[in-house]
Design a protein around this ligand. Structure first.
Ligand code: SF4
Length: 327
């Protein structure tokens, strides 16, 4: 499969100053990967590991104090060639956003203006992106609601009249109304109950299946990835430490951090005590020398204190950054 987004040696840090002291938070710390056409990639890791910052940079949203220090984010746009999103001006980025790449942010249901009816929210949004007359807009909206099996009556509702799950479905319909080639979602099921989570996962799965797009899904919840993602990228302290197909990540995780994440998941019928990842992640503004996981790792060796392990491909589709697997 062809690559749709290609990230090379990306370094993106928050730089600020407190009482005259410069603070550099290495949220995305030299990452390289490809996202392929028509796949769902899940990015997993504990809170604060840099997942959301990585998503923002993938979208070209880099606002101070965040800065890009190195690397590129290439979008492959077929006959239009490759575009480095980080080197586009704001106007060109806005042209791409929603029509080529769209974003479902955390708590996206809160983006629905409570004092406007859903129809008006969609109309304002669509008008700002495309030159549509009222009839074209009505057709587009009805078609989208129908595609996503949403009742047409939601058009005349205010967001507060809808349930949390329905609001999230409407927000997803809004973000994907132009059927973009790439959909990026940040914790799309946060704040929903288990039944609604299932509903939103199914909806995203249907959009992916029917529209043959590429999805990048950030969630700290590995069970969401097990249901949705084709491949999983495990992120730790600003780095990608393991990449693999979902089944392989669950059955044969290689990185000690991934092993802890998997073994801490509850399983039906298994009453054994679950072990969570010991200790705390390091501060991204004060990373230790060597491997960032070494202070929590039961297998740490001398070399782990001195050197940072590179992400190495062990097979054509499984990569890990750990000296235990150095080839
Ligand atoms: Fe543990 Fe060393 Fe591997 Fe890091 S490189 S995960 S410290 S064994």
């Amino acid at each position: 499969m062809d690559s749709v987004i290609s990230v090379k040696n990306l370094k993106s840090y928050y730089v600020s100053s407190i009482f005259g002291k410069k603070i550099t938070v290495k949220a995305v710390n030299d990452v390289t990967f490809d996202i392929l056409s028509d796949e769902i990639v899940g990015i997993a890791g504990e809170s604060g590991c840099g997942k959301t910052t990585l998503l923002n940079v993938l979208l070209g949203i880099v606002e101070p104090p965040l800065r890009v220090f190195d690397g590129e984010v290439l979008y492959s746009l077929g006959k239009n060639g490759d575009i480095d999103i980080l080197r586009l001006d704001e106007e060109k980025k806005l042209q791409l956003r929603w029509q080529v790449v769209s974003y479902i942010p955390q708590g996206s249901m809160n983006i629905l203006n409570p004092i406007r009816k859903i129809k008006k929210i969609f109309f304002d949004f669509a008008k700002s992106k495309k030159n549509l007359n009222k009839k074209e807009f009505e057709l587009l909206l009805d078609q989208r609601l129908e595609d996503l099996k949403l009742p047409l009556r939601v058009k005349d509702s205010y967001s507060h009249q809808l349930s949390g799950g329905m609001r999230q479905r409407v927000a997803i319909a809004l973000a994907t109304i132009f059927k973009p080639k790439i959909v990026v979602a940040d914790e799309p099921t946060t704040a929903l109950d288990v039944v609604m989570q299932r509903d939103i996962i199914d909806l995203l799965g249907e959009i992916h299946e029917n529209e043959k797009n590429t999805m990048v899904l950030v969630s700290h919840d590995l069970s969401i990835h097990s249901n949705m993602s084709d491949r999983i990228f495990i992120m730790y302290a600003g780095k990608i430490v393991e990449i693999g197909e979902t089944e392989e990540i669950f059955e044969e995780p290689l990185h000690p951090y991934t092993k802890f994440l998997i073994s801490s998941l509850p399983r039906i019928g298994d009453k054994s005590l679950k072990e969570s990842v010991p200790g705390k992640p390091p501060s991204l503004s004060d990373l230790p020398e060597g491997c960032s996981f070494r202070e929590r790792c039961p297998y740490a060796m001398d070399i782990c204190e001195r050197e940072i392990p590179d992400l190495e491909w062990k097979t054509s589709d499984h990569a890990v950054a750990c000296f235990l697997h150095r080839g």
